[in-house]
Design a binder for this molecule. Structure first.
Ligand SMILES: C[C@@H](C(=O)O)C(=O)SCCNC(=O)CCNC(=O)[C@H](O)C(C)(C)COP(=O)(O)OP(=O)(O)OC[C@H]1O[C@@H](n2cnc3c(N)ncnc32)[C@H](O)[C@@H]1OP(=O)(O)O
Length: 225
C-alpha cells in the first residue's frame, strides 16, 4: 500500500516531529504488551519534546525574539497600526488614554480616599472657572484619573451629579495628534462636538468634548497631545 500522503511543509513536519506528532505508521508494535503509563518518563519526554521544538523554531526563525523586542521598544504613542483619519486634507491619529474623569460631590473626601486609602499620588485641587469645575489629578503611572467637583451655578457637571448622587465616571479623555483636523473630520461624520472651537483644558492644551449620545453613551474628551 502506498504510504499516507501529507500536505504539511518541511517546517511544519519538523515542528510535528519535534512534538512527536509527525505522520507515520500507526500500527502498534508487534509482540510487546503496552507499558503502563510512567509519569516520570512522560515528564522527561515532554521536556525533550519542548527542547526539540525550541531548536526547530530558533532554526526556522533566527532573530525572531530580537525583532519582537525591537518592535515593542520602538512603538510610538500614535501607533501606525491604528487607522489614520483625514479631515479637510489633514490626517489625524488617535493616541493613548489621557485620563478617566470622575464627578464627585465632595472633592476633599474623594482626594483623601485615593491618597490615604489607596496610597495614590494626588495633585492639589485646581479651580478652572472657565470649565465650571475644580479638579484633582490622581497619577496612576500608565494613566490618570481626574476628580471633578462643580464650580459655580452653571457648572456642566451639576446635572450629572443630580442623577448620580454619590458621583460616577463622567468622561474619558483620549489624545489626538491634530485637534483641528479631528474636529473637521468628525463634523463630516455627523459626530456632534459640544463647542464650536477647541478650548484650553486642564493640561493647558486644546480640548473638545463629543456628545455622549454619539459615542455609545460616553462623554468623550479629545485632547491635543
Ligand atoms: C477641565 C477639563 C479637562 O479635563 O481638560 C474638564 O474635564 S471639564 C469637565 C466638565 N465639562 C464638560 O463636561 C463639558 C462638556 N459637557 C457638556 O456640555 C454637558 O455636560 C453635556 C454632556 C452636554 C450634558 O449636559 P447636561 O447634563 O446639562 O444635559 P442633559 O441632562 O440634557 O444631558 C443630555 C443627555 O446626556 C446624558 N449625559 C449627560 N452627561 C453625561 C455624561 N457625563 N456621560 C454620559 N451621558 C451623559 C444625560 O443623561 C442625557 O441623557 P438622557 O436624555 O438619556 O437622560
Amino acid at each position: 500500500m502506498a504510504p499516507p500522503t501529507s500536505h504539511a511543509s518541511p517546517t511544519h513536519l519538523a515542528l510535528l516531529a519535534a512534538c512527536g506528532s509527525a505522520p507515520g505508521p500507526i500500527a502498534p508494535p508487534i509482540g510487546r504488551a503496552p507499558l503502563p503509563p510512567d509519569p516520570r518518563r512522560d515528564f522527561r519526554g515532554w521536556i525533550s519534546k519542548m527542547a526539540g521544538l525550541w531548536k526547530v523554531v530558533a532554526a526556522a526563525a533566527p532573530g525572531l525574539l530580537s525583532r519582537l523586542l525591537t518592535q515593542i521598544s520602538t512603538a510610538t504613542p500614535f501607533s501606525t497600526s491604528q487607522l489614520s483619519h483625514q479631515g479637510a486634507g489633514s490626517v489625524w491619529n488617535l493616541g493613548p488614554l489621557n485620563h478617566v474623569a470622575i464627578a464627585v460631590p465632595d472633592l476633599e473626601k474623594a482626594k483623601a480616599f485615593y491618597k490615604n486609602v489607596l496610597g495614590a499620588q494626588v495633585s492639589e485641587a485646581v479651580p478652572l472657572p472657565e470649565h465650571g469645575v475644580t479638579v484633582v489629578f490622581v497619577n496612576l503611572g500608565n494613566t490618570k484619573m481626574e476628580l471633578l467637583q462643580p464650580l459655580g451655578p452653571n457648572s456642566p457637571i451639576i446635572g450629572f451629579l443630580q442623577k448620580n448622587k454619590a458621583g460616577g465616571i463622567h468622561h474619558v479623555c483620549i489624545e489626538v495628534d491634530d485637534i483641528n483636523a479631528t474636529m473637521v473630520d468628525l463634523k463630516e461624520k455627523k459626530i456632534r462636538t459640544l463647542s464650536e472651537k477647541a478650548t484650553i483644558g486642564a493640561h493647558g492644551k486644546p480640548v473638545i468634548f463629543l456628545h455622549p449620545k454619539d459615542c455609545s453613551g460616553v462623554l468623550v474628551e479629545l485632547e491635543q497631545a
